[in-house]
Design a protein around this ligand. Sequence first.
Ligand SMILES: Nc1ncnc2c1ncn2[C@@H]1O[C@H](COP(=O)(O)OP(=O)(O)OP(=O)(O)O)[C@@H](O)[C@H]1O
Ligand SMILES: [Mg+2]
Length: 250
Amino acid sequence: MASRHELGEPVVVVEGVEKSFGALKVLKDVALTVRRGETVCIIGPSGSGKSTLLRCINGLVPISKGSIKLAGREVNDKNLDKLSLRRDVGIVFQQYNLFPHKNALQNVMMAPIHVLKQDKAEVEARARKLLAKVGLSDKLSTYPGELSGGQQQRVAIARSLAMNPKVMLFDEVTAALDPETKKEVLVTIQDLAAEGMTCILVTHEMGFAREVADHVYFTDGGLIVEHAAPAELFGNPREERTKAFLDKVL
Ligand SMILES: Nc1ncnc2c1ncn2[C@@H]1O[C@H](COP(=O)(O)OP(=O)(O)OP(=O)(O)O)[C@@H](O)[C@H]1O
Ligand SMILES: [Mg+2]
């Protein structure tokens, strides 16, 4: 993926970020930069703070120290309009959290209409396009309960894209899916990345990270142990902790 498209200005800049939950220090001096059009993967053992970092980036979790800038604006600035932040950062989780009583099209249309107060006809036209993009044109009026896990996850991705975000965060979105369904979702994300959407992915799919990422960060114990281009990080890791982790998962 690297250099298939030009990278632009920094969209996400994380510097010196610390986060504690009570006495538990979950992030200890984390730094990371993601440029426009870049796909960054975050890998690392369970409990190393990956999900917490994503939640800090979209302002769901306030940081204890440091700075997170999104398109030049400080995420933790009390004066920052939370709505514009929500709009700029799309986040997709392992659990899809679709509205069960709304069909696929309605799920994608909800936030632009009710939160952004956009014109219904325009939102619907866009929602149809987004669902086509994720390969679900034939499921517009289907309810989540009648969709496979992978299809629900793709609706969730379309729903996030409907807000026209500057960056998309994916937190182990394929972890609960069977291998075949997983592939459909990974291909959807790969297409988005190839089109130039800025993406940060927490993933346990090492092959995918290697193929899709422009840059990979390895986290352990709340620290970025090392980061590099995928060929380098997977092929020639510098740190013992990275080697030990990769030996276990590869
Ligand atoms: N709201 C919270 N309150 C207290 N502790 C929390 C909270 N959220 C996360 N933690 C703790 O922070 C640490 C990091 O959690 P986090 O979910 O960020 O890890 P992770 O790297 O995403 O792990 P996994 O790969 O299992 O998803 C864990 O020890 C977790 O128990
Ligand atoms: Mg996690």
